[in-house]
Design a protein around this ligand. Structure first.
Ligand code: AMP
Ligand code: MN
Ligand code: MN
Ligand code: MN
Length: 292
């Protein structure tokens, strides 16, 4: 049994590690290959790093091989970001420290990717009706073989000059409630948490402030997540807002969730980068404490 003093010291040391538990490679909608992403994290001297592609674990084996080939000291945490439907909201659940060969996980990934494919075809039909033909083919050309996302459609519309930014593609066409939005058929919250647990991982509510939930609905989500055996919540996700961070840390304490941090890195840009601006105060109950 650890004394309180050394437990606290340990927690402090954990908080001093450079970590980032949320990032995307081009196996989903990131722009860098798994190797480039690892090199970037390694150059920034990140100690522990998770790749969490959307409904895909394809990057993990590639990244592991690269780390071993280059003898890098960065520790890779195997991860995934699962899309779920909860009360009509699309809630993203991260699985960290998962066994990427787990059968249940691979079965869920296959069905999520089928949903992605079907939604992409339906979305392209809606876009065609608006006057934008062949978006599926163009999005598919940008995407990896097995993971097509709305971000790829946003890139297509942006490249074609239909919208001036990718964000505007969501705001005008493919975001929730817009003309080319197709309601996805993701798994439910409980399924995502169960499968992550079966594959030996921990489940984390990704970017809780991104869903634009009222305080009441966010609490409902946390209660349902806790009831389903969820483990933690992201308290910093690229945003640099200390007040939001502290509110989320307080909620972690209230609901006995562990705190995670991640940049949600997709490509190099002015505002965020791997491992940047992710510090949490000493003594925050951090999820990575358990795998040191
Ligand atoms: P999908 O998982 O296929 O629905 O694609 C969603 C991805 O698009 C997210 O993971 C983000 O990387 C990106 N994205 C950018 N802007 C938005 C937005 N306004 N709403 C949802 N997704 C967005
Ligand atoms: Mn994404
Ligand atoms: Mn997400
Ligand atoms: Mn993400």
């Amino acid at each position: 049994m650890m004394s309180t003093d050394s437990a606290q010291k340990n927690a402090k040391n954990n908080n001093l590690l450079r970590v980032d538990f949320h990032s995307h490679s081009n196996c989903s909608d990131g722009h860098l290959s798994p190797q480039e992403l690892i090199d970037r994290a390694s150059n920034f001297q990140i100690d522990q790093f998770a790749i969490t592609d959307h409904d895909s674990v394809r990057a993990i084996a590639i990244a592991k091989q690269h780390i071993s080939d280059k003898n890098l000291k960065l520790r890779l945490i195997s991860g995934i970001e699962l899309s779920t439907l909860w009360q009509n909201f699309e809630i993203h659940i991260l699985g960290l420290n998962i066994d990427v060969d787990n059968e249940e996980l691979l079965t869920l990934i296959a069905s999520q990717q089928t949903c992605r494919e079907q939604r992409a075809i339906a979305m392209a039909e809606k876009l065609a009706k608006i006057g934008f033909a062949n978006c599926y083919e163009d999005a598919k050309a940008l995407a990896s073989d097995d993971c097509i996302t709305r971000a790829h459609f946003a890139r297509v519309l942006h490249h074609r000059g239909v919208v001036s930014t990718m964000q505007k593609a969501f705001d005008k066409y493919i975001g929730k409630g817009q003309r080319a939005y197709v309601k996805p058929t993701w798994c439910d919250l409980e399924t995502a948490i169960n499968v992550i647990q079966q594959s030996g991982g921990v489940s984390i509510i990704a970017h809780p402030m991104k869903y634009k939930l009222s305080a009441k609905w966010l609490k409902r989500l946390i209660v349902d997540f806790k009831d389903a055996n969820g483990d933690g919540m992201e308290v910093v996700s690229g945003q640099r807002n200390d007040q939001q961070r502290d509110t989320l840390i307080a909620m972690c304490r209230e609901y006995q969730l562990q705190a995670s941090v991640g940049s949600d890195f997709h490509f190099p840009n002015r505002w965020s980068d791997v491992g940047k601006h992710l510090a949490v105060p000493d003594n925050t109950p951090v999820i990575w404490q358990q795998w040191n």
